[in-house]
Design a protein around this ligand. Structure first.
Ligand code: FAD
Ligand code: NAI
Length: 465
């Protein structure tokens, strides 16, 4: 008889777990309370990138003279852009629905809760309840935005990222609380659309989890656009104002006051695990995140958890990987994830991407390092694309030349980082990267040149004396 698997949550972690379990012969039921595709497809990765893509295109054509273009009457059609965002999301969500149907997974719309270690209670949209028994359960309930207990946080002009993606009109001004990934991507979008954006970040650097050089590259981009950035600054309160909303901030230079049309709160996300019946079923948690072992099994045997719900790096590609591995382990395998190959990507222009260790992290970990760096000013394709300010940097172990990490700032860095992830996965060396024939002209040629630069033998850079 087929193993019965119930997956709770239809985001990247959950729907991939369902598809993989079904491939392995299980009888799968997936319960989703809102929309298949979860945060990523509906209000995360995909819609943000759709907005970033159009605003970038707009900026490029606006600066057309640099590319030998003349443009007149160019404007962003906000309702049309919103319609495009919605259409892309709809198409991808329909795709997920289709994949699940074709795989024979049963999809139930409802809110699930663990009834015990082997069954799930589902509250249906009409208020009725049904119970599903399972041999294995995979929890993939994702995350929700952090809300801060600040005076005025509940005012209607304080919005979260979901609303920021679908504003009926472009606001005149936007104060963004939190200079993390959401903050910088949406600042890039709205500032390009003509909104005056102000970022308030409490730490000394925006994108605090990113390599400092990459974060500085993004900061330079935002500053060029006109975004006002305050670091080491904290919002203390919000209050209504006839012109929008008033925001009080404590910054190193003293108290600051801003009156803006809207405030976007983007101060991180936390696992969405409340009301999931975890405690009653004996599933251990810590600050709301579900605790799992290296096989992604929770403290209750046969119950697995994946994605944002287990905390750690909250990214869709991590959720995909965990969903796959949890399904395999639920069906008898013993697989683990190689977290060292998880890329971090920022989709502004220039893009920033990083995988593995930075130079400082490698040194802190005790490696003697060798670094190869290639400035994209010496790369023909970057020049053609008018985006030559960045670099590609490889950090390697001095002894064997094994690649330990890569950081890229420049055009399509988020696609290019895939090669670095593979290099880490295969324990590739600088010599192997240098002797791999890369197509010309491309930005990815910079891999071979950076690998050669580590030995001071890049062909398209003057030799260091
Ligand atoms: P989710 O996608 O959150 O899915 C969880 C699902 O579970 C939801 O559909 C929810 O409705 C459902 N659910 C919850 N509780 C229950 C219940 N009790 N019963 C039934 N269903 C339930 N990541 C990237 O890698 N790249 C990006 O570019 C990127 N951009 C982002 C931009 C924004 C604005 C945001 C907010 C996030 C972004 N992320 C990005 C992060 C990414 O969206 C998440 O890491 C990813 O969606 C996590 O997948 P998940 O399956 O764990 O959770
Ligand atoms: P984040 O963790 O990236 O950034 C939150 C920022 O807010 C941090 O810089 C933090 O120091 C700051 N902060 C916290 N409290 C503050 C306060 N009181 N005042 C001022 N600043 C404060 O979280 P974010 O941007 O909300 O994104 C949530 C998740 O979504 C992240 O985990 C990220 O991985 C994911 N995401 C990924 C994207 C990508 O991969 N390109 C794009 C957007 C989101």
């Amino acid at each position: 008889m087929a193993t019965k698997v119930v997956v709770v949550g239809g985001g990247p972690g959950g729907y991939v777990a369902a598809l993989r379990a079904s491939q392995l012969g299980a009888e799968v039921t997936l319960v989703e309370k809102q929309a298949l595709g979860g945060t990523c497809l509906n209000v995360g990765c995909i819609p943000t990138k759709a907005l970033l893509y159009t605003t970038e295109l707009y900026r490029r054509v606006q600066g057309g003279a640099d590319f030998g273009l003349k443009a007149q009457g160019l404007a962003v059609d906000w309702p049309a852009l919103q319609a495009r965002r919605t259409a892309i999301v709809k198409r991808l969500v329909t795709g997920v629905e289709l994949l699940l149907r074709q795989a024979g997974c049963r999809v139930i719309t409802g809110t699930a809760r663990l009834a015990d270690a082997r069954s799930v209670a589902v509250t249906m949209p009409d208020g009725g309840e049904t119970r599903i028994t399972a041999d294995r359960i995979i929890l993939a309930t994702g995350s929700e935005p952090v809300r801060l207990p600040l005076p005025g946080f509940d005012l209607p002009d304080v919005i979260l990222s979901d609303q920021a993606l679908a504003l009926p009109e472009v606001p005149e001004s936007l104060l963004i609380m939190g200079g993390g990934v959401i903050g910088v991507e949406l600042a890039s979008v709205y500032q390009t659309l003509g909104t005056k954006c102000i970022i308030i970040e409490m730490l000394p650097q925006i994108l605090p989890n990113l390599d400092t050089e990459l974060a500085n590259g993004i900061k330079a981009h935002l500053t060029r656009l006109g975004v006002e950035i305050h670091t080491r600054a904290k919002v203390t309160s919000f209050s209504p104002d006839p012109d929008g909303i008033k925001v009080q901030v404590v910054a190193p230079q003293g108290e600051l006051g801003f009156t803006v049309s809207k405030v976007l709160a983007a101060v991180g996300r936390r696992p969405a695990t409340r009301d999931l019946g975890l405690e009653a079923a004996g599933v251990a948690t810590e600050n709301g995140r579900i605790l799992v072992n290296e096989y992604l099994e929770t403290s209750v045997s046969g119950v697995y958890a994946v994605g944002d719900a287990i905390g750690g790096t909250m990214l869709a590609h991590v959720a995909f990987a965990e969903g796959t591995v949890a399904a395999e382990n639920a069906l008898g395998m013993a697989r683990k994830i190689d977290y060292k190959t998880v890329p971090s990507c920022i989709y502004t222009q220039p893009e920033a991407a990083s995988v593995g260790l930075t130079e400082e992290q490698a040194k802190e970990a005790g490696y003697k390092v060798k670094v190869g760096r290639f400035p994209l000013a010496a790369n023909g394709k970057a020049l053609i694309e008018g985006d030559e300010g960045g670099f590609l940097k490889i950090v390697a172990n001095e002894r064997y030349g094994e690649v330990l990490g890569v950081q890229i700032l420049g055009p399509r860095a988020t696609d290019l980082i895939g090669e670095a992830a593979l290099a880490l996965r295969l324990e590739a060396t600088l010599d192997e990267l240098a002797s791999t024939i890369h197509p010309h002209p491309t930005v990815c040629e910079a891999y071979a040149e950076a690998a050669l630069a580590a030995g001071n033998s890049a062909l398209h850079l003057p030799r260091r004396r």
